[in-house]
Structures are given as C-alpha cells and as structure tokens.
Design a binder for this molecule. Structure first.
Ligand SMILES: [Zn+2]
Length: 334
C-alpha cells in the first residue's frame, strides 16, 4: 500500500496502532492511496493543460511566423517599387527578384555575398548602365558610403553579414538620390562638382590630406555657393574643371526621366545634401537629414521583406535612442 514506509512500520501500523491512530497516520502521510489517485488526476490535468498550452503556443507561433514571412506578394511588390523607385515592377517580376535574393542569401562567403548583392541591387535600382563600383574599404563610424558622383560604394570590410543587405541597399538608395538630382539638374551637378574640386584644391594647398577632407561638407558648401552665385565660367579653371568632369559623370550616372511623383522627393534630397552635416559634428542632425532618413527606410525595408524579419532589435534600440537624443537636442536648442 504505502511506497515509502518500510515493512516494520507497516507491521506496526496494522497490528499495534488503534484505528484512530491509523487514520491520523494515513492522513499525515503523503503516500496513501486516496491522495495518490487525486495527485495522478491533477497531474494528468496539468500535463494535458501543458500539452494544450504548448500546442496552442506553437500553432500561434507558426501562424504568426507564416503570416509574417509569407507576406502578401502585393506588399512585397509595393516594397520593391518604393525602394527601387520603379513603378514598372510587376507581380511576376517581384517573384523573380525575390527568388534571386533568396539564392543570394545562400552564398556562404561574405565577400561573394556582398558582391552578389551589389550586382543585384544595381540592376534593381535601374543603375545597371552605371560604372559605379563596389569597394571594400573602412568607412569612419559607418558600414558604408556612396560617393556623390556615384563613382563607388564603399563597404566596411567588417560590416556584419546581417547588416550587409540593409547597407548595400541603403547606399544604393543614396546613389539613386544622386542620380535623380543629376538627371533633373545636370548643369548644376557639374557646376557643384567643379566647385567641390576648387575647394579640395585649396585645402590641399594648405597641406590638408585628401583623406582628411570631409567630402560631404564640401558638397554642402558647394551646393550653397551654387545656389547663391552659380558658377563663374569666365574663370578658365572652372571651365576646365567642368570639361574634365563631364565624361566621368556621364559614365557613373544613368540617364533617366525622373517621374513627376519623385520630383518633390528629389528636391528634398537636394535640400538634404545642401544641409548635410557630418555625423562627427552633429550626429543627431546627420541621422535626421532627409537623405539619411530616406536611405535608411529603403535599406531596412529590403531587409524586412527579403529576410522576412523586420528591424533587428539593435535597429529598434538605435531608433529609440536617437528619438530620445533628438528630443533632448531640440530642447537644448530652444
Ligand atoms: Zn547614408
């Protein structure tokens, strides 16, 4: 009957103790038969509840993950159209693009993976004719950068694989911004490029090394100067510079008609470039610059739809952190 009580105790119980003591003893024991029955049925209930709970949780999780992963193809189509700024992408094309990205995700070698992504993004952004190149080179405080002339996209060699997809599309979105501005205002772009060159030359005359020159700030300065004064073409040097840069720009940019719906966006990009401050000087302003907000949105959107996982926790964390920083930065200014 009893499991834990030994034989001698059993004998004692049955032969020597009065009935009431027996009952008392049984009541205080945890191993008596009636209690065991109650315990087993409670255990069964608990087990059933646990199994039920697990099944429900797994079902909900699978449903959730599926719903999250297998996004309506129309949503993906819209994401591609918005990120690549190409309304011509059909559902059929969306499927093909998605399939190609899934194949690229299988590439094990990180550099080969980056190269394949670069090639794919270049095509999808409609920049296949551009001679823009992928360069693995350290970028200060960032995973990548795109030169204003679309000559090259730099990727920091130790950019983590999980950020590669986002980074390459982020940088290509910058390339698309530059391309649109160039197509809307080719003369201005050439003029600004010439002014940048004159600034850089002056700085190098002062023995400042080219790699120490903040090119983004030079562009911002040149854009402002162009807006205020234009470019003096009676100046022979300026004229020569414009001649010199015409051909390279025509090779790195792709001729395209900027759709009406993107003209306002291109204007905002131009303003963004004009007001650009390097992140070393003002991290908050840089983070909130239109060109950065726009590129970040495109890069993350691609990550979300291709990898079927939305923003990574670190992205969320940095967003919240920057919102707080922006809030306090504004408070300080007012
Ligand atoms: Zn950027």
């Amino acid at each position: 009957m009893s499991i834990s009580v030994n034989n001698t105790q059993n004998v004692n119980l049955n032969t020597q103790l009065p009935q009431s003591s027996k009952v008392d003893f049984r009541a205080s024991s945890t191993h008596t038969l009636p209690n065991d029955t109650v315990e087993i049925s409670t255990k069964k209930k608990k087990t059933l509840l646990t199994i039920g709970g697990i099944i429900t949780a797994v079902t909900v999780a699978i449903y959730g993950v599926k719903k999250f992963q297998v996004k309506n193809i129309k949503n993906i189509q819209r994401a591609f159209q918005e990120s690549f700024m190409r309304d011509d992408i059909t559902v059929e094309e969306t499927r093909k693009i998605l399939k190609r990205y899934k194949e690229i995700e299988k590439i094990k070698d990180d550099k080969e993976y980056a190269k394949a992504l670069f090639k794919e993004a270049k095509k999808n952004f409609g920049l296949e004719q551009s001679n823009i190149e992928l360069v693995f080179k350290d970028v200060k405080n960032a995973n990548g950068s795109c030169s204003r002339t679309n000559r090259e996209i730099k990727i920091t060699p130790n950019c983590s694989r999980s950020h590669m997809l986002d980074t390459i599309h982020h940088e290509f979105r910058h390339a698309k911004q530059h391309n649109a501005i160039y197509n809307l205002y080719p003369e201005e772009y050439l003029g600004v490029r010439a002014i940048v060159d004159s600034y850089a030359e002056k700085m190098m005359d002062k023995n400042i090394k080219l790699e120490d020159i903040n090119i983004e700030e030079l562009w911002a300065k040149a854009l402002k100067e162009f807006k205020e004064k234009g470019i003096d073409l009676t100046n022979k040097k300026n004229k020569a510079r414009m001649e010199f840069y015409k051909e390279p720009l025509e090779k790195s940019f792709v001729k395209e008609t900027v759709p009406d719906k993107y003209k306002e966006w291109a204007e905002k990009c131009k303003d963004g470039a004009r007001n650009y401050v390097s992140q070393d000087k003002n991290f908050v302003d840089c983070w909130n610059n239109f060109t950065e907000v726009d590129a970040r949105f495109a890069g993350r959107k691609m990550s979300k739809y291709i990898k079927s996982k939305a923003f990574t926790p670190s992205d969320w964390a940095s967003d919240i952190y920057m919102k707080i920083r922006t809030f306090f930065a504004h408070k300080e200014n007012t």
